[in-house]
Design a protein around this ligand. Sequence first.
Ligand code: ZN
Length: 206
Amino acid sequence: MKLTERADEALNELMEGNRRFREGSPKAYRYSPSDLLHISRNQTPLAGIIACADSRVSPELVFDQPLGSIFASRVPGNVASDSAKWMLDLAVNEFRVPLVMVMGHTGCLAVGQLLDGDKGGAGGLHRFSVLSAVYRAKTKAHDPGEFYLKAVEENVQQTVEHLARDSYSLRASLIDGTTSIVGSVYHMETGEVKILESTLEMYGRC
Ligand SMILES: [Zn+2]
C-alpha cells in the first residue's frame, strides 16, 4: 500500500512546519476575533495525530500548525486507547483526514517507567501494551545505549499496528485509499520529528 498523494502532501506540510519550528522561525499564528469566528464554523484538519500526554510534546507547536489543522488524541505512551480510536473515527469519517500519525518521543516517562519491568500502577492494559513494546525492543537493541530509543520506536510501531488492526474506520479508509498512517518519533533535544521507516515500509511511500 502506498501513501496516497494527499497523505504525502499532508506529511510534507507537517515536516515543513517541523523544520520551521526547530529552526526557530515558526509562523507565529495570531487570531483576530473574526478569525476565531470563522474557525469556529468549520474545520478541515490535515492529519489525525496520536501523541503522548507529555507537556513538551504538543503536535500543533512541533509541526507549527494553526488552529484547525490537527485533530489530536493525547494519552501517556501514545497507545491505541479507546479515546484514540474514537478520535480516529471522527477524523476519518467526519473530516476525511488524508493522514494519521502516531508520534512517540524521546524521554517518554510512560516508556521509561517500564524499562525495568512492570511495578504496577494506573493504566491497566495500556501500561501492559507499552511493556510489550519494551520486550520487543529488548530483542532488537544491539547495545544498552540504544535500548530506550528502540523501546520508544517499538511502542510507536506497535500502536500503528494496533490501530490499523482494531479501528474499523481506519482500516476501511486504509483499504479504500482515503487515509494513510505513519509513525514518527519527536526528538525533544533537537525538536526534530523523524519518520519511522519501518512504518513506511509497512504502508509504502509514493
Ligand atoms: Zn511520553
